[in-house]
Each structure stands twice: as structure tokens, then as C-alpha cells.
Design a protein around this ligand. Structure first.
Ligand SMILES: [Zn+2]
Length: 136
């Protein structure tokens, strides 16, 4: 689930010398509202907070997507990526610092509120091989 996935990711980043200490995850009502409106919106971060605010729906995603999103959000914070080029900044940082993550975008389906199937386009994902490394 999201908390243990973030813990595994932070352990991994620390083992590579990438500082992610203090990054925490909270379930957030605003993130839930954003997810209900937009199927591909799960989390957000804010400048000067080391907090990732997440919707419950993050737990309803396949793990490749959940970890991919958390990796993406971590690098908003680690890379200080909050300006108009934030998304490019994050993707460049992830690709250069954690290329072994197999970070890529793909469409993901999940079961949302009320058992409704939702299609989320272009979601950040990691490879299954990377998930196995996280669990070592
Ligand atoms: Zn982003």
C-alpha cells in the first residue's frame, strides 16, 4: 500500500545517496476530490513542504503505477521542481538519477469509487524488475 511503498522507495533512494529524508505521505481530502474529477490525478506536492498529499485511489492502482507516481512526486521535492517546467524537471531528474526504475508513462485502468472502471491516461510507472529490487 502507499505508505509502505513510499518507505521502500525512500530506503532505495537512500542506498543510492539520494536524500529523501523527511518526505512523508498523507491521505488528503482535496486529493480525493481532484481524483474524483480527474481519473489521472492522484497526488500533489507543494513547494516548501516535504509532504505528498494523496487520494485513497492511489491504493487502487497497480503497484507499478503507485510506485511510479510516488517516485515522480518524490522528485518534485528532491529536485525542487515547482516552476512552469516542473513536469519536465521531474522526468529529467528521475531518468538521470534512477534510470534503473524503468520509469515510463502508460495508460492504466483501475476500479474507482462505486466500483466504476476508470481509465487514466499517461500514468507514471516503474518496471516490475524495479519493484523486485525495492523488495530486496
Ligand atoms: Zn508532477
Amino acid at each position: 500500500m502507499m505508505g509502505s511503498d513510499l518507505a521502500a522507495l525512500k530506503r532505495y533512494l537512500k542506498s543510492k545517496g539520494i536524500p529523501s529524508s523527511g518526505i512523508k505521505l498523507v491521505r488528503d481530502g482535496l486529493a480525493d476530490e481532484m481524483n474524483i474529477k480527474k481519473a489521472r490525478q492522484f497526488c500533489f506536492t507543494e513547494e516548501n513542504h516535504r509532504t505528498i498529499f494523496c487520494a485513497h485511489a492511489l491504493d487502487w492502482l497497480p503497484r507499478e503505477a503507485r510506485v511510479g507516481i510516488l517516485l515522480h512526486e518524490c522528485f518534485h521535492i528532491i529536485g525542487h521542481c515547482f516552476n512552469e517546467y516542473a513536469e519536465i524537471c521531474v522526468d529529467d531528474n528521475v531518468m538521470s538519477h534512477v534510470p534503473e526504475s524503468g520509469y515510463h508513462y502508460r495508460d492504466v485502468e483501475y476500479i474507482g469509487h462505486l466500483g466504476r472502471v476508470r481509465k487514466a491516461k499517461a500514468i507514471e510507472c516503474v518496471s516490475k524488475a524495479f519493484l523486485r529490487r525495492l523488495d530486496q
